[in-house]
Design a protein around this ligand. Structure first.
Ligand SMILES: Nc1ncnc2c1ncn2[C@@H]1O[C@H](COP(=O)(O)OP(=O)(O)O)[C@@H](O)[C@H]1O
Ligand SMILES: [Mg+2]
Length: 298
């Protein structure tokens, strides 16, 4: 990477945080979302079905959702803003009203707290029509379907059915793996399209294709880091990064940020194993002795 000597430490830190890399899991996730939205490129949006993008935390699901939102920006039309894609971040608390408020927020609706739930549902359904929504994304959808909270669960299922009844858009639920079965258990929701889904997994070192992809991903990060290349993509280095991250992009990024910060702080030209080793030590569980960046042979 050139120019790093001209950048301030803060600029270099920011550069690390801002790194975006294209990689196969990301492509698979965006492709799945795009298919749930509009199965034929340049065709028409699908309607009335519920779909799911599931996977463990930090595998890049929300990143993929943001890509789809960015590719289909709201447009200002004659009678207000039209939003092809609506992204709703499900609240972790606030009950049924919290869910409705988060949808109203995503639609930019200003809602009086005196409005009853039933009326607010009416307002939301009308706005979904008016704004010509073509695709609805519920991120952190496990919050909509808490297995232990029957009240929220049946409310959310009913609300989604009402939304699908508009026959205007598909809904995708993005969430943890267990989200799939909770939706699938509702025959009325499952019946709407059979719950097409995509499971996003971390990279698996024992799978040769995954291993190659993970090494390529590490190399791409290396190229983007504001340092001389450090060799992240080499077999040995990448394996250590795999052991620390479990093949999960979010965890990998955490290590790159922390090790990068340490390397900036000690004016190192490269991000070295010792920077990662310190970053790992700072996070490892009490009593854990293994450190993939210190072990001489792994
Ligand atoms: N394509 C990518 N390039 C760079 N960093 C990424 C990419 N995808 C995800 N990340 C990093 O991983 C973190 C976790 O991703 P996120 O999409 O929030 O995962 P999830 O929604 O599955 O929990 C993000 O905060 C981001 O820092
Ligand atoms: Mg997320």
């Amino acid at each position: 990477m050139t120019d790093v000597t001209l950048a301030t430490p803060g600029e270099r830190q920011q550069r690390i945080s801002d790194i975006f890399v294209d990689h196969p899991n990301h492509q698979q996730a965006t492709k799945a979302l795009q298919r749930f939205y509009m199965p034929v490129e340049g065709g028409i949006p699908s309607r009335g079905s519920i779909c799911a993008l599931i996977g463990q935390s930090r595998t890049g699901k929300s990143f993929a959702a943001n890509d789809i939102v960015a590719a289909h920006k709201p447009r200002v039309g004659q009678d207000g803003v039209k939003r092809p894609v609506l992204l709703i971040d499900c609240p972790i608390e606030g009950g049924t009203r919290g869910i409705l408020d988060s949808i109203a927020d995503a639609l930019d609706l200003t809602v009086s707290s005196r409005l009853t739930n039933a009326n607010l549902i009416g307002v939301i359904l009308r706005e979904l029509r008016r704004a010509k929504i073509e695709f609805v994304i519920f991120d952190e959808a496990q919050e909509l379907f808490p297995e232990k909270n029957k009240k929220i669960l049946s409310f959310a299922r009913g609300l989604l059915r009402k939304m699908l009844n508009l026959s205007q858009f598909n809904i995708v639920c993005i969430g943890l793996p267990e989200t799939y079965s909770v939706i699938a258990e509702d025959p009325q929701l499952f019946g709407r399209g059979g719950l097409e889904h995509k499971h996003l997994s971390p990279y698996d070192w024992n799978n040769m294709v995954d291993q190659k992809n993970f090494r390529a991903l590490c190399h791409k990060f290396d190229v983007e880091m504001p340092f001389e290349n450090s060799g992240f993509g080499a077999q040995d280095f990448a394996y250590r990064l795999f052991l620390a991250s479990g093949g999960c992009i979010g965890h990998l990024k955490n290590y790159l940020i922390d090790a990068g910060n340490r390397a900036i702080a000690d004016a190192s030209l490269q991000v070295e194993l010792r920077h990662f080793a310190d970053a790992y030590d700072a996070r490892k569980r009490p009593g854990e002795t293994f450190n993939p960046f210190r072990a001489s042979s792994i």
